[in-house]
Design a protein around this ligand. Structure first.
Ligand SMILES: [Zn+2]
Length: 212
């Protein structure tokens, strides 16, 4: 693991490497940004999405919080979303959870005290209660936590589709495609979640004009 001083030294090494390959790298990078992706993920230190996808700076506009939560009254998130959709005109929005998520585990195991983190995770507890039967049918606790991780991503996707920023955009016919991912930290691979478009459209969660 790097220590603090390593960070500064290795930053300089990285700058050198980049300039060796392209002397105008930073000149070009500093001009503007036009990222194709808005990424909404967990704050977990093991989840730098650009590392997992071998992406260069400029690819992802990013919002991260514990257990990738989306709240319609979170100004931080809403400002990020509005800027990404209206100004940057991102082509894709990716909501990503990950297995072995401390937030999901805490929600499952001990989300009972009055700490701020417990309040933050309470909506996940609610998802768990809503899917009690499905989760109970799974053989092990690990499987239940994995499934809760997936259900949490699906729930956050519903929240995205219900926001006026997104609905207004869909009504114009020019809108970002919305995706759900699970980063499987056990093997490094990204798993695409299947979104139940037909069901969600019939329930009005997704506007009927939206094409996946
Ligand atoms: Zn996490």
């Amino acid at each position: 693991m790097q220590n603090y001083n390593d960070l500064l030294r290795e930053n300089l090494e990285w700058v050198e490497k980049k300039l060796d390959l392209d002397k105008d790298y930073f000149k070009n990078l500093s001009k503007s940004q036009k990222p194709p992706f808005l990424y909404i993920g967990c704050s977990d230190s093991r989840m730098p999405i650009d590392t997992f996808t071998q992406s260069e700076p400029g690819s992802f506009f990013i919002h991260r919080n514990i257990a990738n939560q989306i709240f319609s009254n979170d100004m931080n998130f809403l400002a990020t979303l509005e800027y990404a959709v209206e100004q940057l005109e991102v082509e894709h929005i990716i909501v990503s959870g990950h297995y072995e998520c401390g937030g999901i585990k805490t929600a499952h195991e001990k989300c009972t005290n009055s700490s701020i983190i417990s309040s933050w995770l309470m909506p996940i507890k609610k998802i768990e209660v809503e899917h009690k039967e499905e989760l109970k049918a799974l053989a092990t606790k690990d499987e239940r936590i994995d499934r809760l991780t997936e259900l949490n991503v699906l729930e956050q996707l519903k929240h995205i589709f219900e926001l006026s920023i997104i609905r207004n955009r869909i009504a114009t016919g020019k809108y970002p495609k919305i995706h759900g991912w699970i980063l499987d930290i056990r093997n490094g691979k990204i798993k695409e979640m299947e979104i139940p478009f037909k069901d969600w459209k019939s329930k009005g969660i997704i506007p009927k004009e939206y094409e996946a």
